[in-house]
Write a protein that binds this ligand. Structure first.
Ligand SMILES: [Zn+2]
Length: 337
């Protein structure tokens, strides 16, 4: 196990100690002092034992002489901020888990990692449920949280379920790492899909989280991401073939006009860089929100045929995400989990 009995008394007067006081995690009647990166937290042994078999096992092996004024002193190998988030969730859970307030990604990440490490099941389950809302297993749910028109906004925030987790687009790098660390492979296909649209610098060099810590993909996942990115660009090109080589819908009253408008659309899409986009899963109605079709729409029959074709293509791509990003057992069949 990665924590040990600390040999020395914590620096209770130090700047590190004030962190616990400010967070309400230096409890005078506490009987255990957890030390993470020199920051001590004085809490209750029974609270930790009640929530975690790992702490329970550890405290049952207490070494005589490791107590100070009746409080057991235990050094953890975790970042102090992560420990603060974990203890805050245990002591002040309502603050973290109210349904009308999203978790920040840094908090969600810490609760999932430490919830897994210390086997605090309810912390892990809460974060997994929220991540699953943001990276769902079905295209329909994914469309509601990401694939809508906001996907085209320049805004860096990820347009997902607002009450679940507050995410920036670059946080998907951290989500992929969490999925690997905590064995949550079903998050990977949608997370890789979003990751593949990031700037290459972010994919290769990583990004900082809100606490200033570096989030970076493993070399294997950088390779996986770039491979999948190629597949998505190819799929995006194939999806647009319907505009490049239009067929007239049966009953179209103005085939020449519809064809000219489709050609104008593909020309604008091509020259503005759409051919190297990876965002093939974005809701097909984006074609009407951008480009020449805003002012010069297709007839109702051609519009319907195009949207139907693109919807079917998107489902095909969604089902292929597992293949693109080397994730077996994808797509997930409903109720199979
Ligand atoms: Zn038409």
């Amino acid at each position: 196990m990665s924590f040990s009995i600390a040999p020395q008394q914590p620096r209770t007067q130090s700047e590190d100690a004030t962190r616990a006081l400010e967070a309400g995690l230096w409890l005078e009647d506490g009987n255990v002092v957890l030390i993470a990166e020199d920051t001590p937290f004085k809490v209750h042994r029974n609270v930790l034992c009640h929530n975690s078999q790992v702490f329970r096992d550890k405290f049952s092996q207490v070494v005589q002489g490791s107590e100070n004024n009746g409080a057991l002193i235990v050094a953890l190998s975790d970042a102090w901020k992560d420990v603060q988030y974990m203890l805050s969730a245990l002591y002040y859970g309502g603050k973290y888990f109210s349904t009308d307030k999203p978790l920040s990604f840094a908090v969600a990440s810490a609760l999932l990692r430490l919830g897994t490490k210390y086997n605090i099941v309810h912390l892990r389950d809460e974060v997994v449920a929220r991540l699953k809302q943001c990276f769902p297993p079905s295209l329909e749910d994914f469309n509601n949280c990401y694939a809508g028109p906001k996907a085209y906004d320049d805004d860096d925030s990820l347009a997902c379920i607002p009450e679940a987790i507050q995410l920036q687009k670059t946080d998907v790098i951290g989500v992929i790492n969490l999925a690997r660390l905590c064995d949550l492979p079903f998050l990977l296909p949608p997370a890789f899909y979003i990751c593949s649209a990031l700037d290459l610098d972010d994919i290769f060099e990583g990004v900082q989280d809100e606490d200033g810590r570096l989030m970076k993909l493993s070399p294997e996942d950088i390779y996986t991401c770039i491979r999948g990115r190629e597949d998505l660009i190819r799929a995006n090109l194939e999806c647009m073939e319907i505009f490049a080589f239009p067929e007239n819908s049966f009953g179209c009253a103005a085939p020449f006009i519809c064809n000219v408008r489709e050609q104008a659309f593909i020309h604008k899409w091509w020259t503005e860089g759409g051919r190297i986009d990876t965002i093939v899963l974005v809701s097909p109605d984006w074609v009407e929100r951008r480009g020449p079709l805003i002012d010069s729409p297709l007839c109702i029959l051609c519009r319907s045929a195009v949207l139907k074709y693109m919807d079917a293509f998107r489902q095909l791509v969604w089902n292929s995400l597992g293949e693109y990003f080397s994730v077996p057992d994808w797509p997930i069949i409903a109720n199979a989990e």
